[in-house]
Each structure stands twice: as structure tokens, then as C-alpha cells.
Design a protein around this ligand. Structure first.
Ligand code: PRX
Length: 571
């Protein structure tokens, strides 16, 4: 669909300032917004919470508005400071030290945010896990990170295979349970017994703060390691892209188990001292519109998959709610359909600003700014201070309109600093000083970037990244499954769905019941979002002579496309 550009609107910075900044951007200027620039004392938790709590004008401002179907609660910056101090004291009491990996496996709740900042305040590294993970996904991440403590709820505890995790020394349980034995630390009891004063562990800008596990096309999920320095870019994009103003009510819909939920669900708004809305519970169009209406949300960061669901819910639903508080909408995670942009112009009288980035990049890199024309279907342009290009496989820049690897010049502040315990994998992301994203794209004559697809087999289903290897490994654990190949199949609402091709072991025959059982096996063992929506039973799965599943061939078959080079196919 070819659409006219949608003209710019006003923002924190005008187009002239933006163009000037792009010519000679200096990240040092952003550093002036942080107290460590004067004091030399660094901790992202201080900048996001305590600094506002120590400011008489900000201390009683609402930091967090939490609502879920069965609970509503708000916390001021001062309250969040005290609660996270208390949790840091709990950690101290249990001998947690700087650099330890402390994981969180729980739904969004005020306790989640208090714990999260408590971990950062003691200088430890936080590892938030998506609440829908099942045993295998939880085990892989805790094992690889060698986490020593986990904060979870009694409901999620059965998914934690404690006896298989020798490093995991302690578990904090948030919530009441009959069978809380003395082996566990009771969150609420401990919090009562510790003071609200804590002396922050000052760290280096290059010290670790966060591990986010994400999927590649091969192997188990990888621990993407981020450091405190990332705050520079969280802050800068909060200004230039999210366009935050002091009295904004901000809502990021992402779960903190994913990077959007930390960089933009926690850091960017709170580094700016903005009121942040967090909604627990399941998605329905009514509950989402209701959240905007009730809280008078002004800035909203969400994902195409949710927007597409809102579009299909129809105008009648949106018209029952007051959307007039909205000023600025952004999207991330998958291609944003031009149709959705058109719909939003009508439904909200606003543009949707697409943003492109990855778990590895830590913050937004290519975006649509409030002050620039949007070309629907384009991800926009690089933020000031970042150079993006399309390169060939040798690292040479390609001219406009030519498709190739979307790459970023190394050295932006929020870039991952390592893949946990896997230096080889980290190195493999870079060619000639360029970070290679794994996405294919082209740039037009005017510098707008256009996403074309993934170059590897990584699947993007409803904006969530799933590695086919993880799903295949789980599938073949089922006694009936001999071999498995997993691909992403295009889907109008979810972007892609997961489709598995399997062969059966001797003695099993194909039936609907068996297929359903295998699907449930992945869902209950790994996680719901990684379970294949379609499973097709085959006589053989195409493999290379060295035994690698040829997912590309499976995909071509599925889509009815030419199969390309099959010279490496096994006999
Ligand atoms: O393929 C791109 C897609 O999501 C991938 C990164 O996924 P993840 O690490 O889970 O991070 C998602 C949110 C930061 C990218 O390699 N992706 C992300 N944003 C966009 C996108 N695809 C198209 N358009 C986008 N705006």
C-alpha cells in the first residue's frame, strides 16, 4: 500500500534542532542530566528513583500507578525509594553482593518494582523472567546465569526445578501460601523487619545491571548483558523520541520480562521523573481502552500485534471510551502495518510512531520522531548520535534502495556489553566495527529505513522473539516425536505463528489427539507463546548432510515458494 507521508507535529525539539543535532551529536551533553556528572556516584536506581525522592517538588509525585483486575495501588517516588531500600536491606541480610545475579519470576506488581530496584541498589544484576515461562525456560535461564537468588510467587514456584539448580541458594516468595516452609524467605515478613534507610552501592558506569535472555536461531537462549551506562540512551530517547513532559501520564504495555518492559517500562519514564502506569492481567480491547480513559494516559508505547487486535475489535468499542488524553503513540517489536497507522489517524486523531531496536541494542536506534514526516511502513531514521547503514556481508555500505544487512556503527551508550559466558557469540555480531542486526532492510534516498524481514530463522510471533531450536528441542523430548523442524508462518494478526513439522517414532500414528497432546507438551514445558499453533506430521524432515534441519526449505514448502539451492540436502 503506497501512502502519502503524514506530516510532522510539534515535539520537545523542532525539526531544525533535530537536524542540527544529527550533524554533531555529543553524548556528553546528555550526561549533564545525571547527578553522577557532578558527584561521580553512579547507580541507575538513584537516578530513576532516589534523586526524585530527594527533590521536595517531586518526592510526593506518583511514580507508579498499578492496576490489575483485583488490585489497585499507587506509589510516590518517596514510597518507591523506601520500599526498594527495604528490599535492598533484605538482600544484604541474605549476603547478596555486587555482581550476583538475582532473578525475578513474577507478574507485574508493586513488589516487582521494589525488588527490581532493591537488586540494582545493592549493585547486583537483575534478571527478569516472563511470567508465562514454564519449567524448561526457567531452568535454562537460571542455569546459564548461575543465579543465586530468585524472587517469585507461590503460584509460580512449582515451575522452578530447584534440585537441578545448584547455584540457586535462596528463594524469596511474594504472597501467602500454606506450604511456605522455612526453606523460603517470606517477602512481606522480611520487609517488615528491615529499615527504610539503605546506603546505595555506588557502581561504575560499565558495571552490570541487567540480563535479558533472548533467542537466536541456534542453541539455547543467550544472556544479553547490559550495564548502568545504558541510562544515557534511555534518557536521551525519553526526550527526543518519547517526547516526555513533566505532567505526562505514561503507559508502556510491555512486560519487564522483555527489554521494552525494562528500558521503556521502567528506566526511560522514571529517569525523567514521569508518572508511569502499569497494568497487570490479560489483554482485552475494553481493558486497554479503559486503562487509557481512566488514567488519562498521554503517552503510550505499545506493539503492532495489540494495535491489530484493537483494529479488529472495531470502531464501536473505541467509541465507548474517551481517548482525548492521548498525545503521543509509539510502537515496537514488529513491522507496523500502514493500515494500522491509517486507522489510528481516524480512531485517535494521532500518528503512530514506529521505533526499531533489539534486546541487544538496549534502547531505540531507528525511529519516527514527533517532528518528522512519517512514511507509513518505514521504521524512520536513526536517532541523533547513532549511525545506521545497510551493509553487505563483508561490511561494505550499500547504496540507497538496495537490500542488505541492517547494521549500526558500534559504540552507542546502551549497547549490550557481552553475551553472558559466551564471548564467541558476542563477537559474531560484529563486522568491521558494525553491529549486524540479523534484519534485512533498505534505506531510501532520503534516509528512511524500511524493514524487510529476518535474515536468520528467528521467529517473531505477536512481537515476541522465539528461537526455533528451543521449540525443536522441546518437541523431540516428547516420546512420540522423532525429529522436528520449526518455522515462522506469516499470520495477519500475530505477524508470524509457530509451525512445527515433525516425524513420529515407531509405534505412533498420526491423530488429532496426538497433535494436541504434543502442542500442550511444549506449552506446559516451555511456554505458551512458544507452543506451535500448527503441527504437521511428515515422513521425513529435510536435513543437510551434516544433519542440520533445513528450516528454509520447510518454509519454502509451506509458502509454495521456489526451493532455491538444495545441493546440501541429505540423500
Ligand atoms: O526483527 C526485528 C524485530 O524484532 C527484533 C528484535 O526483537 P527483540 O530483541 O525481542 O526486541 C523487540 C523490542 C525491542 C528485531 O531484530 N523488530 C523490532 N522492532 C521492529 C522490528 N521489526 C520491524 N519493525 C520494528 N519497528
Amino acid at each position: 500500500m503506497d501512502m502519502q507521508p503524514i506530516p510532522a507535529r510539534e515535539g520537545n525539539h523542532n525539526l531544525k534542532q533535530y537536524q542540527k543535532k544529527r550533524q554533531n551529536f555529543d553524548w556528553n551533553e546528555v550526561k549533564q542530566n545525571f547527578s553522577w556528572n557532578q558527584t561521580g556516584k553512579v547507580n541507575i536506581a538513584y537516578e530513576a528513583i532516589d534523586r526524585h525522592a530527594e527533590n521536595p517538588d517531586k518526592k510526593d509525585k506518583i511514580a507508579l500507578i498499578y492496576s490489575s483486575p483485583d488490585r489497585e495501588e499507587s506509589l510516590t517516588f518517596n514510597q518507591l525509594k523506601n520500599k526498594s531500600n527495604q528490599f535492598a536491606n533484605v538482600l544484604k541480610k541474605h549476603e547478596v553482593k555486587k555482581g550476583d545475579r538475582i532473578f525475578l519470576f513474577m507478574p507485574r506488581s508493586p513488589e516487582f518494582y521494589a525488588s527490581f530496584f532493591g537488586i540494582l541498589k545493592i549493585g547486583a544484576i537483575a534478571g527478569p523472567l516472563f511470567e508465562a515461562f514454564m519449567e524448561q525456560a526457567v531452568r535454562d535461564r537460571l542455569e546459564d546465569s548461575e543465579a543465586t537468588m530468585l524472587i517469585t510467587t507461590p503460584e509460580l514456584l512449582p515451575r522452578v526445578p530447584q534440585h537441578e539448580l545448584p547455584h540457586l541458594k535462596k528463594i524469596v516468595l511474594v504472597g501467602e501460601s500454606k506450604d511456605i516452609s522455612t526453606d523460603y524467605i517470606d517477602y512481606f515478613k522480611e520487609m517488615e523487619s528491615v529499615p527504610e534507610e539503605f546506603s546505595m552501592e555506588w557502581v561504575d558506569l560499565e558495571d552490570g545491571m541487567l540480563l535479558h535472555y533472548t533467542s537466536g536461531s541456534t542453541g539455547k537462549p543467550k544472556g544479553v548483558y547490559h550495564v548502568h551506562n545504558a541510562m544515557i540512551q534511555h534518557y536521551a530517547t525519553g526526550d527526543w523520541v518519547i517526547d516526555l513532559k513533566d505532567d505526562d501520564i505514561y503507559w508502556c504495555t510491555a512486560d519487564p520480562g522483555w527489554v521494552t518492559g525494562t528500558s521503556y517500562g521502567i528506566f526511560a519514564p522514571w529517569l525523567h521523573g514521569i508518572t508511569n502506569v502499569v497494568r497487570g492481567g490479560r489483554f482485552t480491547p475494553e481493558s486497554w481502552y479503559g486503562t487509557i480513559d481512566k488514567n488519562k494516559i498521554s503517552v503510550w508505547y505499545t506493539a503492532p500485534t495489540a494495535l491489530r487486535k484493537l483494529v479488529s475489535a472495531g470502531e464501536k468499542v473505541v467509541n465507548q471510551y474517551d481517548m482525548s488524553s492521548l498525545r503521543h503513540i509509539m510502537s515496537v517489536g514488529e513491522p507496523l502495518n500502514p493500515e494500522v497507522i491509517t486507522w489510528a489517524l481516524d480512531a485517535f486523531k494521532l500518528r503512530i510512531h514506529d521505533t526499531w531496536w533489539m534486546t541487544e541494542t538496549g534502547a531505540m536506534l531507528i525511529v519516527n520522531y514527533p517532528v518528522m514526516d512519517i512514511r507509513p511502513g518505514s521504521m524512520g531514521k536513526p536517532i541523533p548520535g547513532v549511525e545506521a547503514a545497510i551493509i553487505d556481508n563483508e561490511g561494505n555500505k550499500l547504496p540507497p534502495n538496495q537490500m542488505g544487512n541492517l547494521a549500526i556503527k558500534q559504540g552507542w551508550p546502551s549497547m549490550m556489553r557481552a553475551i553472558w559466558k559466551n564471548p564467541g557469540k558476542y563477537e559474531s555480531y560484529f563486522i568491521n566495527g558494525w553491529y549486524v542486526s540479523g534484519d534485512s532492510a533498505y534505506m531510501d534516498e532520503d534516509g528512511y529505513f524500511w524493514f524487510q524481514g529476518r535474515l536468520d530463522d528467528v521467529i517473531n510471533t505477536s512481537g515476541e522473539r522465539v528461537g526455533p531450536f528451543e521449540v525443536e528441542s522441546k518437541l523431540i523430548e516428547h516420546p512420540a516425536v522423532a525429529e522436528a523442524g520449526v518455522i515462522g508462518k506469516p499470520d495477519p494478526e500475530r505477524g508470524e505463528i509457530i509451525k512445527a513439522f515433525i516425524t513420529l517414532n515407531e509405534g505412533y500414528s498420526s491423530s488429532d489427539e496426538l497433535v494436541e497432546e504434543i502442542r500442550k507438551f511444549v506449552k506446559m514445558g516451555l511456554s505458551a507463546h512458544a507452543a506451535p499453533r500448527e503441527i504437521e506430521i511428515k515422513d521425513t524432515i529435510p536435513k543437510t548432510r551434516s544433519g542440520k534441519i533445513m528450516r528454509r526449505l520447510l518454509k519454502s514448502w509451506e509458502l509454495g515458494l521456489p526451493t532455491g539451492d538444495t545441493s546440501t540436502l541429505e540423500e
